[in-house]
Design a protein around this ligand. Structure first.
Ligand code: FAD
Ligand code: UDP
Length: 397
């Protein structure tokens, strides 16, 4: 229940606490402490404060809110995403309506090109991809379907290799998926759950959109502005630059959105996460590439994709900013790695988490799920709905 006093960690306050953190270290009491100011933490903070009148402290160890969705204007004045391209898409009317309380939207449908054999062709693989790559004139869906089924190798679909080879055959699999996946994950597609490459469909029509969702849009003034609106509530205090390990705040409930294995001191061993290094550049041209994202599946190119942000934001400027993504084994945990042995290890941590009724584990890192933003919002709203009946409004504070 929310009544039990829950003190997550009693680590003495380190002297180097964020200077603008007057409440930290004084044994301040909150109804809820939220660790992480990304989607998971910010949605829970907003709901607990605005929905249930709770006093909430949100901390994040980074110097900013918005988690991996953080965007900002770089030195050239171009709005960029510090942690790589974030494109919002969802089939959930509820999630879209909820976020629409905090932002207006810019309609945007994501299109991606892949650089293969010296050409830029659309990915997901569709009729245009086949026509461009092979110099064909497949004139309708049936012709493209016949072309693909002559190459497809039907089989039981277990791994990320099976998904693609069963749909398009070995050659297209190697051209678009094998090299990219080996770089991105440090694993062969045959070592990854089918869900990873199944994120990218195969089409026989000429729909070249990356996503098929009902709602596809970018927050009009950016993600960070949307998060500012979400967290702008008299019951919410936000402290950035504060690590949970250095935080000695008392709270009735803890919402934890960091890596679940870290919360439990890695006692069963570390959960594998994949990291990225971003190389951000500004170029003295108005446009660097024809679409927001170009993928580079070739094994001899060290990065996986290049993003040009102006396509996402609609910003006009004489210069343009881009980022390269270089996959890494070490570094900030960006991706849980979907495969059976990792899921088994996660289940052991999840059993520990389930035994802590005063702590909610929410989000991509805390539930070890390869979730998109809208899925994290949906998960956070569901978590709040489960908590809310037990929340007694604190009227006398
Ligand atoms: P996060 O955003 O990671 O937030 C967790 C926060 O907790 C972080 O800010 C972290 O600093 C903080 N934290 C962790 N440990 C501690 C601690 N000990 N003390 C204090 N703070 C702590 N999704 C889409 O829908 N569309 C996309 O196009 C898309 N593109 C992506 C591209 C990349 C390169 C990546 C990595 C992800 C992408 N995503 C995309 C997924 C999206 O980023 C996540 O779904 C979403 O940001 C997860 O929110 P979260 O709150 O769970 O985690
Ligand atoms: N993928 C690929 N080639 C591509 C695009 C995707 O092999 O051109 C595979 C790769 O394994 C990637 C996964 O499909 O990690 C999911 O792609 P998505 O674009 O959804 O990745 P994210 O944006 O989450 O990094």
């Amino acid at each position: 229940s929310m009544k039990a006093k829950m003190v997550p960690k009693r680590i003495p306050v380190a002297p180097a606490i964020h200077p603008a953190a007057p409440l930290i270290g004084r044994r301040a009491h909150y109804d809820a402490l939220v660790v992480g100011a990304g989607f998971a933490g910010s949605v829970l903070a907003e709901r607990l404060a605005a929905g249930s009148g709770k006093r909430v402290l949100v901390i994040d160890k980074r110097p900013h809110i918005a988690g991996n969705a953080f965007d900002h204007h770089d030195a050239a004045g171009i709005m960029v995403h510090r942690y790589g391209p974030h494109i919002f898409h969802t089939n959930s009317d509820d999630v879209f309506a909820y976020l629409s309380r905090f932002t207006k939207w810019r309609q945007y449908e994501h299109r991606v090109l892949a650089s293969v054999r010296g050409k830029l062709v659309p990915i997901p693989i569709n009729r245009t991809t086949l026509n461009t790559l092979y110099g064909l004139d497949l004139h309708d869906d049936a012709a493209a379907a016949a072309f693909l089924s002559a190459r497809a190798e039907p089989r039981e679909i277990v791994t990320s290799e099976d998904v693609v080879v069963a749909a398009v055959g070995q050659e297209l699999y190697e051209t678009f998926f094998r090299g990219y996946t080996r770089k991105q994950w440090g694993l062969d597609p045959s070592e990854l759950d089918k869900a990873v490459t199944a994120r990218v469909p195969t089409r026989t029509n000429t729909d070249d959109r990356y996503f098929g969702d009902r709602h596809q849009a970018m927050p009009l003034n950016g993600y960070t502005a949307m998060f500012e609106n979400m967290l702008d509530h008299p019951n919410i205090t936000v402290q950035t630059g504060v690590d949970f390990a250095d935080c000695d705040v008392r709270a009735d409930h803890l919402v934890y959105t960091g890596p679940v294995d870290e919360y439990f001191g890695h006692r069963f061993g570390p959960l594998p996460y994949r990291s990225l290094e971003f190389r951000h550049e500004t170029h003295d041209v108005a446009q660097f590439q024809p679409v927001a994202v170009v993928n580079y599946p070739a094994p001899d190119v060290p990065y996986t994709r290049i993003t040009e942000y102006k396509h996402l934001t609609g910003q006009t400027a004489p210069r343009t900013s881009i980022s390269y993504e270089f996959p890494q084994a070490e570094g900030d945990p960006y991706y849980p790695i979907p495969r059976a042995e990792n899921q088994a290890l996660y289940r052991r941590y999840a059993a520990l988490a389930d035994a802590l009724p005063d702590v909610s584990f929410v989000g991509r890192l805390a539930t070890y799920r390869y979730y998109n933003m809208d899925q994290v919002v949906g998960q956070a709203l569901a978590t709040y709905r489960r908590l809310a009946p037990d929340l007694v409004p604190m009227l006398n504070r």
